[in-house]
Design a protein around this ligand. Sequence first.
Ligand code: NDP
Length: 503
Amino acid sequence: MSLAEQGDGAGSRAAGTFESTAPASGAVVGVFPVQDAEDVRAAVDRARVAAAAWADLGFDGRRTRLAAYRGCLARRVHELADLVHRENGKPHADAILEITLTVDHLAWAGAHARKVLGPRRVRPGLLAANHAAWLEYQPLGVVGVIGPWNYPVFTPMGSIAYALAAGNAVVFKPSEHTPAVGVWLAEAWRAAVPDVPDALQVVTGLGDTGAALCRAGVGKLAFTGSAPTGRRVMAACAETLTPVLMELGGKDAMIVDDDADVAAAADAAVWGAMSNAGQTCIGIERVYATERVYDAFVAEVTERVRGLRPGTDDDAAYGPMTMAAQADVVRRHLDDAVASGGRIAVGGTVEGRVVAPTVLLEVPETSAAVREETFGPTLTITRVRDAEEALERTNANAHGLAGAVFSRSRARAMDLARRMRSGMTSVNSVLTFASVPALPFGGVGESGFGRIHGEDGLREFTRAKAITRQRVTLPVDLMSFTRPAAAADALARVMGLVHGRHR
Ligand code: NDP
């Protein structure tokens, strides 16, 4: 894709350009402008105009247009999946899964926005009994979205779909590693929603373009990426008191309890750890298996992992690392795990961008492979006394994005899931919460704050608006200098009758 072909309406005057390349071959996927602060501000200005038109459409008008957009994605799924495959490196089939999930979220957000955000009457309470009270959630105007490269469709659309459904326009800055996917998403919007084309725009560039978006006067900045960059984004947004949503990294754990279905747990752990080359924020990176099941679990996992083959063909289990630098992080974690006494049960090699599926055993909790986000196709498995020790170790990590529990006891599994320090937990599966549009998505601690998806995800991109309307006037108005002197005593007596009996 060339500069001229982009057609994102940005009208860029940018002097510089950058290339995105295919991780598999190094071939150039596209050339894009490095848009500067002025370009970004111009996009936000256009978005502000579009936001007014988009908000005026109301819930029904937006719902039909969001449906047209998802229809477009659904019809062109193979075209988009091919682009994701080329630019990100993941298998075509995984790209289709990612797009399917996105379409489902778009449908849910469009269908539920009115019910969740629309005006509703609330009880006025005793002191305002003569008033009607209304609550509604109004759009913020323009939402800035900064996204990563690992799920270049699903992850940013988790913010974009819900922000649009809530009545905002969006300016999206995709990762410099997946700009072509971002531009494709904006072009598809313009084609599907020609009457409000600027409600979704893309600005391309490097970190500075993202920083400019933070300072461009958006109503909220939704950031998905690493914690170090998240801190920089927060600092930039603090200059203008721009509120932020932080979807950051994870170090998700799976707990395998005494009574777990070990084969099912192993299968899920291998998918959770290795799919997408492990470049999944909610991927499983650590397993804590109880003494009773540890040996059987390790045997099941290693057998499955031996059957996996990374590569660039259609039959490969996963592709090369999208970013060359990420392969270096994985290598450092493997070296540290081994140097600190861990053992490689399978894999352990990093050749260029291709990391072999790797299982590490007996790695100390202090090692980077257990403490820090690896973001590669690796898994540590640690033997623990029981599920309580597993939970203790799970919760000792600074991250708290998601996790999984495997147990045949429903009550026990639910109890462990509730006490896991994370925003999301799957019982007897991995990652499932992300595919349930009604469930909120987000983390705690180093994994960030705020929520996308579900009702909370819609409200995240709004401000609550409270309105009261006086229905009848009362003979005595307590909030008036005309009130009689005895009014306060009468009020105190009523309060005593209503609340005073509670001890
Ligand atoms: P980064 O933090 O490196 O980058 C994220 C985005 O921020 C990119 O678009 C990047 O642009 C941009 N950026 C870089 N510097 C700045 C800056 N100073 N101001 C504003 N924006 C900036 O993350 P990655 O792209 O490497 O993504 C991987 C990380 O994302 C992992 O930690 C992963 O766990 C996390 N993640 C979290 C998810 C969640 O929902 N919690 C989901 C998916 C991923 P550029 O690429 O051009 O530098």
